[in-house]
Write a protein that binds this ligand. Structure first.
Ligand code: GLA
Length: 529
């Protein structure tokens, strides 16, 4: 028999344990059922939401007050997705989609001139957002984006405006010699703003560049804001008053240039002039703009390359209709042999290649690749192998001298692309070498050609006014080279007056050797009278 006290203790412990067990059972049951219910809700919402169909937008706000947008207009049928992807200035049709455990892989493609552009996104739903991951370049790290639902129809391309019939734009009489100045893109890209432009103008007006012939201060892409209700283009937060800026630049005895695109968007995704050509030309004129660089960019979504001449002409006429002298610079990377029709479209200059980089390979490939185009350059109409990289830091002084000499042989526009406020004296000296600039600015406007080549060494000649000639002996190898020159073949004999344009000294004919030593990636640049 248990004693009375122990019985009571036993009873209490039993009650205690039963209570605990009951509580556990209650909690378990409650959460088990709730869990089941929630899982059910989750399952049904997953089925509904796992349909990616709809219009989605990714918005990227910029500090200048503008927003870059990408739209994903998707239609899902089972495991397949069709539709379009508009990444501001590019418009892709979805040509492939695959469904994996993590979501969908979408591949979009578009025709761009002779080539095909492709994008690839991994897409999956997370809550009520569409999460996307892509690589900007195959070797780049993943960029992750979140899209939210957008109203149907938002982000569709504007309707195509048929190109006007071809009509030759009369010569505007400008740019009798290749334009000289500065452009913001190579150094500042999207960081250019009003204060930078003013201080660059200050520098150019006082450091000897203005006296050497540099005139235009050109603002490249990223100044654009939204259009107002009347469709007038406005500046973004970086440029509060373009007219005041133009007045400032003009006050320094310099001129102001600007940039736009034929398409709805520029290359950097800002507002382009599409459908507003005359209006924009009038706005530029009212601000006091003297130069327009007009970039193909967003136009590729609406026009074929073959339509370029007609759509470029539109702005050519629009600029002339303003009555203000505005240099017209075509930028379409040399497609469709622009040198053959650029002048008829009203162009004073036309880019002949893709974008230059501050690198020997890029600069030399572009510069030495211009030989075939010589016949198309003439006063008022120039081949443009892109802006200068002199002083941007990734080439040696010898390489920058080659860059400057080659561009002068090519009668190329001389648009400095470095920070003029902080360059060292050696760089300034390269940019303001007046004897070299005189070759570039020669009034006959004949572009130089390759006269001789052996391995990595090339001699280029350029006829100059007054029966003079420029001779550039280039060494494209990294080591110094002795180049045997047959002066007679170049028409140079005892009667000639020969001057070294980098050493700034005359060379006595008797002392002229048959071989000239040229530094690696360097040049010996002569003027022969
Ligand atoms: C293109 C042009 C460049 C520059 C950028 C701006 O790439 O070729 O020179 O104007 O656009 O976005």
């Amino acid at each position: 028999m248990m004693p009375k006290r122990t019985k009571l203790q036993f009873f209490l412990v039993l009650t205690y344990f039963s209570l605990i067990a009951g509580l556990i059972l209650f909690v378990q049951q409650k959460y088990f059922f709730a869990g089941a219910q929630e899982r059910e809700v989750l399952n049904s919402s997953q089925t509904a939401a796992s349909d990616l169909s709809g219009n989605w937008v990714v918005e990227a706000p910029y500090a200048d007050g503008t927003v870059r947008r990408s739209w994903f207009n998707l239609k899902q049928e089972g495991d397949k997705i069709t539709g379009s992807i508009r990444v501001t200035l590019f418009y892709y049709l979805i040509t492939e989609s695959t469904h994996g455990p993590e979501g969908f892989t979408l591949i979009g493609s578009m025709k761009d001139g002779k080539s095909d552009r492709r994008v690839q996104y991994e897409a999956k739903l997370v809550g009520d957002e569409l999460h996307l991951a892509t690589r900007r370049r195959p070797d780049a790290s993943l960029t992750e984006l979140a899209a939210h639902r957008a109203p149907a129809g938002e982000g569709t391309l504007p309707a195509r405006i048929a190109p006007p019939p071809l009509r030759k734009v009369p010569d505007n009489g400008l740019a009798r010699t290749p334009p000289m100045g500065w452009n913001s893109w190579n150094k500042f890209a999207g960081r250019v703003d009003d204060a930078t432009v003013r201080s660059i103008a200050d520098a150019m007006a006082t450091n000897g560049m203005k006296e050497a012939g540099y005139l235009y201060i050109n603002i490249d892409d990223t100044w654009e804001g939204k259009r107002d209700e009347q469709g007038n283009i406005q500046t973004n937060k970086k440029f509060l008053d373009m007219k005041a800026l133009a007045n400032y630049v003009h006050g320094k005895g310099l001129k102001l240039g600007i940039y736009s695109s034929l398409g709805p968007n520029t290359c950097a995704g800002y507002e382009g002039s599409y459908g507003h050509e005359e209006q924009d030309a009038r706005t530029y004129a009212s601000w006091g703009i003297d130069y327009l660089k007009y970039d193909w960019c967003g136009a590729r979504t609406l026009y074929t390359d073959e339509e370029m001449p007609a759509v470029y002409q539109k702005m050519g006429f629009a600029l002339q209709a303003t009555g203000r002298p505005i240099i017209y610079s075509l930028c379409q990377y040399g497609r469709l042999d622009v040198w053959k029709w650029g002048a008829d479209a009203g162009g004073n200059l036309w880019r002949t290649t893709g974008d230059i980089r501050d690198a020997w390979d890029s600069m030399s490939e572009i510069g030495f690749g211009q030989n075939e185009l010589a016949q198309w350059a003439r006063p008022g109409h120039w081949n443009d192998p892109d802006m200068l990289e002199v002083g941007n830091g990734a080439m040696t002084e010898d390489e920058y001298r080659t860059h400057m000499s080659l561009w002068s042989m090519l009668a190329a526009p001389l648009l400095a692309g470095n920070d003029l406020r902080s360059m060292n004296p050696a760089i300034l000296e390269i940019l303001i070498n007046r004897e070299v600039i005189a070759v570039d600015q020669d009034k006959e406007g004949k572009q130089g050609r390759q006269a001789w080549k052996s391995g990595d060494q090339e001699i280029w000649t350029r006829p100059l006014s007054g029966k003079a000639q420029a001779v550039a002996i280039f060494n494209r190898a990294t080591a110094p080279a002795k180049v045997a020159v047959n002066w007679g073949d170049l028409g140079i004999n005892g009667k000639a007056h020969v001057r070294d344009l980098w050493l700034h000294k005359d060379i006595d004919w008797p002392s002229m050797d048959h071989s000239v030593t040229v530094p690696g990636h360097g040049v010996v640049f002569l003027r022969v009278n």
